[in-house]
Design a protein around this ligand. Structure first.
Ligand code: SAH
Ligand code: SF4
Length: 357
């Protein structure tokens, strides 16, 4: 099969596109034209790139594929959180979530449509409360598969996305190379042109990769999934903590904050009788103060077959009030339908299970 050697044209970075066109003997302005067709005008085939010579269009079609994501299911409607389930070329399923404008998500003021995207098929980190890891890890997503989620959601919804969170299925920093390639396409003006401050990467705490990310020149935001303020509690629910304990993680965060001169966010899911005690809140205050971090409290979203549940409303508010009383900038997600992280991973799990029945 001749086609197996071909790659999607959207896997290329600008310089690679430039290089390829130079090799074909094309003038340098062609690269801008092609990037425009791909990311601004969003055509669906090489044939539609009407200001390119016919011969070049045919040549590109011979060299590259023109991939798209197949939409399998869309749940939700306008004005609410919408979940998209996609099928990749190899049959694997991934999902993205579109969240309508909402106040104070990840440092944004409001009036922003946020998309939560996946970076891997499944996840190898096996956090005990999370749906994404339940079926294990299959593979990393390629940069184009990451970018395609945004294009497909914009196409389908007719809405422009202005905030990207890497909080879907998978651990972004375990797929560092492809995530960085995707971020460059999302960020640069020739691609989607979304500002780095509107891009947030969430990690379960891969300390060495947090340092590596610090050394990258891009100023994206970082969210760290803490979910436990002592090693004892974190060990219970996040196996990664046995590899990089809280001190190792926090010192990598120190490095990030100092070098990037940026505030980071701690994500903290509230799980009943597990990490929601006053003592955990007090320990969390210390970590947040040390890093001048914001804290995002997220009431746990139940996952079928998993034993965890969310604390009562009163308990959630109490936890929040302990943080606030100590001067920590903390938010508690209250609106229904904004449980974006929870949404990610669950739709795929459900669909895979239905298929097996
Ligand atoms: N792997 C990365 C990013 C994807 S998970 C990470 O762990 O940070 C994105 C967020 O969703 C994490 O904070 C994760 O802990 C949270 N999450 C997973 N399952 C959840 C659930 N059932 N309810 C609420 N949040 C959940
Ligand atoms: Fe993986 Fe993040 Fe889920 Fe943990 S919370 S299993 S790291 S996706």
């Amino acid at each position: 099969m001749a086609d197996t050697a071909k790659i999607d044209i959207k896997s290329l970075q600008f310089e690679e596109l430039q290089e390829m066109l130079r090799g074909l003997g094309e003038p340098s302005y062609r690269v801008g034209q092609i990037a425009d067709w791909l990311y601004k005008k969003r055509v669906e085939s090489f044939e539609n790139m009407t200001d390119l010579p016919h011969a070049l269009r045919a040549q590109l079609a011979k060299l590259f594929t023109f991939d798209r994501l197949e939409i399998v299911r869309v749940l939700g409607s306008r004005d609410t959180t919408r979940k998209f389930l996609f099928r990749l070329a190899d049959g694997n399923l991934i999902e993205s979530v579109l969240i309508p404008a909402s106040p104070a998500l990840y440092g944004e003021k409001s009036d922003r449509r946020t998309i939560c995207i996946s970076t891997q098929v499944g996840c190898a980190y096996g956090c005990k409360f999370c749906a994404s890891g339940l079926d294990g890890f299959s593979r990393n997503l390629q940069a184009n598969e990451i970018v395609h989620q945004i294009l497909a959601v914009e196409n389908q919804s007719g809405e422009k996305v202005d905030n990207i969170v890497f909080m879907g299925m998978g651990e972004p920093l375990a797929n560092f190379h492809n995530v960085m390639r995707a971020i460059r396409i999302i960020n640069t003006p020739w691609g989607l042109g979304i500002g780095a401050r509107h891009i947030t990467v969430s990690t379960s705490g891969l300390a060495p990769q947090i340092r590596k990310l610090t050394d990258e020149p891009v100023q994206i935001r970082l969210a760290v999934s803490l979910h436990g303020a002592t090693d004892e509690v974190r060990n219970q629910i996040m196996p990664i903590n046995r590899r990089y304990n809280i001190e190792t993680l926090l010192s990598a965060c120190d490095y990030y904050v100092t070098h990037k001169k940026q505030r980071l966010t701690f994500e903290y899911i509230l799980i009943a009788d597990t990490n929601d005690s006053d003592e955990q809140a007090a320990a969390l205050v210390k970590h947040a103060r040390r890093l001048n971090a914001k804290v995002n409290l997220i009431p746990y979203n139940t996952v079928e077959d998993l034993p965890w549940s969310r604390p009562s409303r009163t308990r959630q508010e109490k936890f929040l009030s302990i943080l606030r009383a100590q001067g920590i900038a903390a938010t508690l997600r209250r609106e229904k339908g904004h449980d974006i992280e929870a949404a990610c991973g669950q739709l795929r799990l459900q669909t895979n299970r239905e298929k097996r029945q």
